[in-house]
Design a protein around this ligand. Structure first.
Ligand code: SF4
Ligand code: SF4
Length: 52
């Protein structure tokens, strides 16, 4: 939904999940920065984020 809640809630200062492909595209991950706190998954109102 491009709401950006996942980006806002990511606690990593450089944002492990962010609008890297422009604000009209869904946020994407930089897994090297991700600390696996799962805040993004918990806060997504659309349940669009899944852990594999
Ligand atoms: S799991 Fe945590 S650190 Fe990784 S992208 Fe989501 S909110 Fe950011
Ligand atoms: S993944 Fe969820 S929280 Fe992130 S922009 Fe999409 S709908 Fe919003």
């Amino acid at each position: 939904m491009l709401c950006g809640i996942c980006v806002k809630r990511c606690p990593v200062p450089e944002k492990a999940v962010n609008f890297r492909n422009g604000s009209e595209n869904p946020p994407v991950y930089d897994y090297k920065k991700c600390i696996r706190c799962f805040c993004c998954q918990e806060m997504c109102p659309e349940k669009a984020i899944h852990v594999k």
